[in-house]
Structures are given as C-alpha cells and as structure tokens.
Design a protein. Structure first.
Length: 313
C-alpha cells in the first residue's frame, strides 16, 4: 500500500506531498527511528504548532505496511507525534525529503521552492528552543477556555480539545475552518463555497480580475472590518487575516477571553505565536514569514458558508 509523505509548512493552502513506492518507503522507514510512543503530558516536548516548517507527516494509506507503526505519524526534528502520543526520534529525516525533492506535488507557482524550504527549516530550528521555553512558561494559557466573565461574550472559546483530540479532524481542517469555527473536514478555502475561490496569494489586495484570500472570504459571507482595531465585535466574533506574500494565507480568531488563537493547516490549534507567547493582537504577534496584515473580519454565525477541496490532497 502507498505511503504519503507530506511537508508540513503551510496554513491555508495544501501542503506539498509525495506518494512513495515500495522501494522509497523501505528507504524512508530505515531512516525513521524513534523510541516507544508514550501518552503526551505537560512535560512532553510540545508539538511545533508554528507558522512555517513544522516537520514531515508520514501516512500509511490503506492497509499498514508496518503493523506496529501508527497510520499517521508526524516527525519534527527529534520527536514524533501520533494519536496523542509522542516519542524521541533520531534527527536527519529531512535528508530523505531532499533526496526525493523532485517528487513533491502542489508546488506549482512557488518559485525557488527548495531554497524556501531550506530557509523555513533553518528558521524553525533557530527558534525552536525559544518556542519550547516559552511554551512551558505559558502552559496555563491552554487551560483558559472557561471564564466566568467573558471579555467578548459572543466569541467562542479556543476549545482546543475539539480540534486537536481526533487526528482526522485536526488534519482535515485548516486555519480558515478554525478561525470561522466552521468544521467542514474539507480543508476550507476562501471563496470555494461561493464559487469565487482565491487564485492569487501575492498580497492581501490583488489586481482586478484576480481573487485574493480576503476577497474569497468576503464572497463566503465574512464581513470586512479593517477599522475594528482588535476590539470585540457583536454579533458573531472577530477574526484576522494575514498573508505570506506569494505563498500562503493564515487566519486568527479572537476568543471569549479576549485573546487570540489559531490553527496552522492540519496541525493542532494553539493559543501561542511563533515565539511561544500569548497572542493579544495578531498585528504584533510573531507570525514568521506571514508579514502582511490584511484585515480584521466579522464572522456572524449562520450568515456565511465555507467549503474546501475534500481530501486536502
């Protein structure tokens, strides 16, 4: 049965991936070495829920080739994660990716993609220690879903468990699904449901005749609120759109506690930014390469619809 290797690096659009034949699969599994998977605790090295490179997803499709390996496994530097468990791993698996780089799909229109990938990996490794250190300092923020006096009464809580517990939900819903609090299991794409899906990610605003992620979201029923200035909104809740020029888009949502949370592609949702700090304002948060702040938007429940591609690949 085939094995899918996905390069986890985008948030809104589809991640690059390759389908491995038997020979390549055997080569990959020889390089993939990790200790016994154990249930994750607060002391476990956190999953890299950051914007940018987050590791490699290895999925055995159909009948398992290796019976004692999970169906889906996420490799990140020196850790692997699967089904709420984690284990230490040997580093260097990225070498397999670069040895087979020409096999990647979903990279059309992404110039100099190999160099971009190398840059994102370096940025991830350079900031990894800081993120982990601050994650442990801010771990109490993950328990802040229930508050007696909501700052934004109409906004949903982060509700991380609903998006992170079931890996099928996690992997099939992206930042747009999470920000709008609208689960489709189809990797929601701005404008898809309204027949006006984005076709240009160069910037927040694009030339006439083309469609940006911002324009697609408005077509889906979200309301542009560029002057909202991080304030709570009613009815519905506030979201924010940012842009990684020529590569991707990303969404945040403001919760009932007044703080922001987000979900990077098929990775777990989080309340922290790329430096492991709480997000009080997406305009000032560490967003990695998502340097373009586009706008705030209002999501009114029952007044919009989103959809995606089905299987993200």
């Amino acid at each position: 049965m085939p094995v899918k290797l996905t390069l986890s690096m985008f948030s809104g659009r589809t991640d690059p991936y390759m389908i491995l034949d038997d020979a390549a699969t055997k080569e990959l599994f020889k390089k993939l070495k990790f200790s016994t998977l154990k249930r994750q605790t607060e002391k476990t090295t956190p999953f890299p829920s950051v914007l940018g490179y987050r590791g490699l997803m290895i999925e055995q499709q159909g009948k398992k080739l290796v019976a004692d390996m999970p169906q889906k496994l996420h490799y990140a530097h020196d850790m692997v994660y699967a089904e709420g468990k984690a284990a230490k791993a040997e580093g260097g698996l990225e070498s397999f990716l670069f040895d087979n780089f020409r096999g990647l799909k979903e990279v059309k229109g992404l110039p100099d993609f190999r160099r971009t990938t190398e840059k994102l990996m370096k940025e991830y490794l350079d900031k990894r220690s800081l993120y982990i250190e601050n994650y442990y300092k801010n771990i109490d923020l993950f328990r802040d879903d229930i508050i007696l006096r909501p700052v934004c009464p109409c906004s949903p809580p982060a509700d991380l468990a609903a998006w992170n517990t079931d890996w099928n939900i996690t992997s099939n819903n992206n930042c747009y699904n999470y920000a709008s609090n609208y689960r489709t299991d189809t990797y929601g794409q701005p404008g898809r449901a309204s027949g006006q899906q984005w076709n240009n990610l160069s910037a927040c605003n694009v030339p006439a005749g083309q469609i940006s992620a911002k324009m697609g979201a408005v077509a889906d029923g979200l309301i542009d609120k560029p002057n909202q200035d991080n304030k709570c909104i009613s009815p519905g809740h506030l979201v924010a759109l940012v842009n990684y020029p020529n590569n991707d888009y990303h969404w945040y949502r403001k919760g009932s506690n007044g703080k922001w949370s987000h979900k990077m592609g098929g990775s777990p949702a989080t309340v922290l930014d790329n430096s492991g700090n709480a997000i009080t304002d997406p305009r000032t948060a560490d967003r990695g390469n998502y340097t373009g702040f586009c706008t705030f938007m209002q999501v009114i429940h029952g007044h919009f619809k989103i959809d995606g591609w089905g299987d993200p690949h």
